[in-house]
Design a protein around this ligand. Structure first.
Ligand code: FAD
Length: 281
């Protein structure tokens, strides 16, 4: 059995925060040796379109870690997509996570890439040297009517050229295992990494689970009830819960685990210290 992959995700510093704060995050992650670090890309028109490429360049050039650049497509025309892809190639990214992105109120999509699979085809055709990653949803994407419909659409995306999938966060591993069975039955045979977001802040868990329609299972609900107003205690419980989730995923032979760092390297490091030995076997 091949050792499971371990990868991380960071995001460009929020608006008003100096872009240099990303160094605090990356310094804090040093020594963890992930297979890659992925960098998110803001959806909508007003975002800084170069931040992802600049950070990917830093990760690869200054930290010597492979970088994967996210790209959200629904507000891009082909020219804008090419500009982003050119920057990624200059940054020598290991690959692109091709996404549709969420809608932004009051903004009209460019009408070129309606679904991620169309961006995937475009990259496959024009940049055959780039590895293409895609997103998947263990509890289905909120806009899909059923999980079966979502998996059918995912199969289309993989057939268009995705060679590696990374999942949305989930708090119950059983949901991930059910999804994996469905994906494999549908003939999706590329590696599927499990996306884990540690519970560290009650408000953000409520917000994320509402946005992503991720189920909050009873053990997590109990943690939120018990320590929702005690950030330090919730953080400890969240580190323990995420570590247990990762151990169980590896025991079940998953292809890999993608940790959403939320730019909190201390939490990521604690989880890594708990589970790193499991990634060796
Ligand atoms: P798609 O794969 O296009 O799917 C979107 C919906 O359309 C699904 O319901 C799907 O079933 C349906 N669909 C797909 N193809 C078809 C078709 N041919 N016909 C009909 N229906 C179809 N957002 C950001 O803004 N920036 C980021 O950096 C970012 N990173 C992410 C990383 C990961 C690992 C994940 C899981 C999500 C990320 N997101 C990010 C969120 C993502 O942009 C949203 O979830 C978005 O709503 C969907 O993007 P997608 O690429 O999965 O879309």
């Amino acid at each position: 059995m091949t050792a499971p992959l371990f990868s991380l995700e960071v995001f460009p510093p929020r608006r008003n925060a100096p872009v240099g704060t990303i160094y605090d995050t990356l310094d804090g992650l040093q020594g963890l040796a992930p297979a890659f670090i992925s960098v998110t890309y803001g959806t909508g028109k007003s975002k800084d379109r170069t931040a992802t490429a600049r950070i990917a360049n830093t990760i690869r050039g200054e930290y010597g870690i492979p970088a994967v650049a996210h790209l959200t497509a629904q507000y891009l025309d082909k020219e804008a997509a090419d500009v982003a892809l050119d920057l990624f190639e200059v940054a020598k990214v290991d690959g692109v996570l091709a996404l549709r992105g969420d809608s932004v109120e009051g903004q009209t999509p460019a009408g070129v890439f309606e679904y991620a699979s169309e961006l995937v085809s475009y990259i496959r055709e024009n940049r055959p040297q780039l590895k293409i990653y895609g997103a998947c949803y263990p509890e289905k994407h909120p806009q899909a009517a059923t999980i079966d419909e979502d998996v059918d659409n995912l199969k289309r995306k993989v057939d268009a050229g995705v060679t590696h999938l990374i999942s949305q966060l989930f708090y119950s591993n059983d949901d991930f295992y059910r999804f994996l069975d469905k994906a494999r039955e549908a003939g999706i045979n590329v590696p599927i990494e499990a996306g884990i977001m540690p519970v560290t802040n009650a408000k953000s868990v409520r917000r994320m689970s509402a946005t992503c329609e991720a189920r909050v299972p009873e053990p997590v609900e109990a943690m939120l009830q018990r320590w929702g107003d005690e950030p330090a205690a919730l953080r400890e419980a969240g580190i323990a819960y995420a570590s247990q989730q990762v151990a169980d995923l590896i025991a079940h032979g998953v292809d890999g685990v993608h940790l959403y760092t939320m730019n909190h390297p201390a939490v990521t490091r604690r989880i890594w210290n708990n589970v790193s030995a499991l990634f060796q076997s």
